[in-house]
Design a protein around this ligand. Structure first.
Ligand SMILES: Cc1ncc(COP(=O)(O)O)c(C=O)c1O
Length: 332
């Protein structure tokens, strides 16, 4: 089902998950401390109280820690919560981290909990052989949120919700409407309004269909693949640099780093100031749009290579500018 974006897809998924769990009195949901705020917001919208929204710790690679998840679920069950959904990241926004999808699917099966995968950013990596390998297990999810307006290069807005069993959506969203009784109500096609929040909607499928017809699926596959390759080259460049420090390795199309000249012995606070300045200069120079993030409290520059026209020259020039601005900021 096409939606306005990944946030809306999560809301519809959590509504279905709540119904599938039997509309528990004290529901709880689980996500990692790297999950996009859209997940917690979706949980609030479907009526989960703040104490029922559990942010599970992540490991050194920013992937959800299975032991911490199992502990949280067991503690909550003992305290009278009814776990309703577990949300996995397939490409966390900050780092591109992919949670242990197979283990999470095993856990959800054993515990009878709905598995939602937030693949808004990373899902389209599945078009490539490497990406499909990295995302193995995603097919076991009860629901998957995807954003064609991210790595399928579509203009805003188009998100997508895939649900393993569409009747789980219909169980909760299908109402029937008297003023629509004259339409051929789902007679020869699924009635999308029976599967989610939105009734009147734009023809989001058209742009996806047309661009795939025009360019061919292989063009999309190549473009995603190129983003992944460039992020690996960026990682290698950062590792070679004496000015830059790699904070997270390339995952899908994301690399996190900061200016931290080898041997300078600069404190985190100073490094944050320096890196903020570098970010501002990149922005004003209009060279590239690099963003920042916070990795368990550490300020980080974040390269997310998601534009199909980005070349290695663009990435290299950006990294050179980061080094140059960084060296100037350190010297100042
Ligand atoms: C991992 C992830 N999940 C969810 C969202 C929210 O998606 P949207 O902005 O399409 O609602 C985003 C980014 O916007 C994201 O990167």
């Amino acid at each position: 089902m096409l939606t306005s974006g990944g946030s809306a897809a999560s809301v519809d998924a959590f509504v279905a998950a709540r119904e599938a769990a039997g509309n528990p009195e004290r529901p709880s949901v689980y996500m990692s401390d790297q999950s996009h705020s859209a997940q917690a917001r979706a949980a609030v919208i479907v009526g989960i109280r703040r104490e029922g929204i559990r942010m599970v710790a992540t490991d050194g690679e920013y992937c959800l820690d299975m032991k911490a998840l199992a502990r949280a679920v067991a503690e909550d069950r003992a305290a009278g919560f009814q776990p309703m959904a577990i949300c996995a990241n397939a490409g966390a926004s900050s780092t591109g981290a992919i949670d242990p999808l197979q283990e999470m699917a095993d856990f959800c099966e054993a515990e009878d909990i709905w598995l939602h995968v937030d693949a808004a950013y990373g899902g389209f990596a599945a078009l490539t052989r490497d990406g499909a390998r990295l995302l193995a297990g995603i097919e076991r999810a009860d629901s998957i949120g995807l954003d064609p307006h991210k790595w399928l290069f579509q203009p805003y807005e188009v998100g997508c919700l895939l649900v393993k069993d569409a009747s789980k959506l219909e169980d909760v969203f299908a109402f029937g409407t008297t003023v629509l009784q004259d339409t051929i109500w789902g007679a020869n096609h699924p009635n999308i309004n029976d599967r989610g929040l939105q009734l009147s909607r734009s023809f989001r499928a058209l742009k996806i269909w047309m661009s795939i017809q025009t360019f061919g699926m292989s063009a999309f596959r190549r473009a995603v693949s190129k983003g992944m390759e460039l992020s690996k080259r960026a990682e290698a460049y950062v590792q070679e640099s004496r000015t830059l420090e790699l904070l997270t390795p390339a995952s899908l199309g994301i690399v996190c780093m900061r200016v931290n000249p080898a041997g300078a012995g600069l404190k985190d606070e100073t490094l944050e100031e320096i890196n903020r300045e570098v970010l501002a200069r990149l922005f004003w120079d209009d060279l590239a749009f690099v963003s920042s993030t916070s990795l368990h409290g550490t300020f980080s520059l974040r390269l997310c290579i998601i534009n199909h026209s980005t070349s290695w020259n663009d990435v290299r020039e950006t990294l050179e500018a980061v080094e140059r601005f960084g060296e100037e900021a350190v010297a100042a």
